[in-house]
Design a protein around this ligand. Structure first.
Ligand SMILES: [Zn+2]
Length: 79
């Protein structure tokens, strides 16, 4: 089992946090998290952001916020 790249990890991060990621993918995502402090921070920050938004208004989906955050992160990863 090879480690995911950061790009692959970030593409799956939302599903992972929503717990909708494919079962066979989860160990790979967790392995990447353990091996990559960068993605760990991103995962932790995103998780907290989602929790804050859900706490404020459980019916307001953070999808737009999440999408914007992911787009910003992807732009960052390319540089
Ligand atoms: Zn990474």
């Amino acid at each position: 089992m090879s480690l995911l790249t950061c790009k692959q990890f970030l593409e799956e991060l939302n599903d992972y946090l929503d717990e909708t990621a494919a079962a066979e993918l989860r160990p790979q995502l967790e392995a990447h998290l353990k091996a990559c402090p960068n993605c760990w921070v991103i995962c932790d920050t995103t998780k907290k952001t989602i929790q804050i938004y859900r706490g404020v208004d459980p019916y307001a989906m953070p999808e737009e916020v999440g999408a914007r955050l992911r787009a910003a992160l992807k732009a960052k990863m390319r540089t």
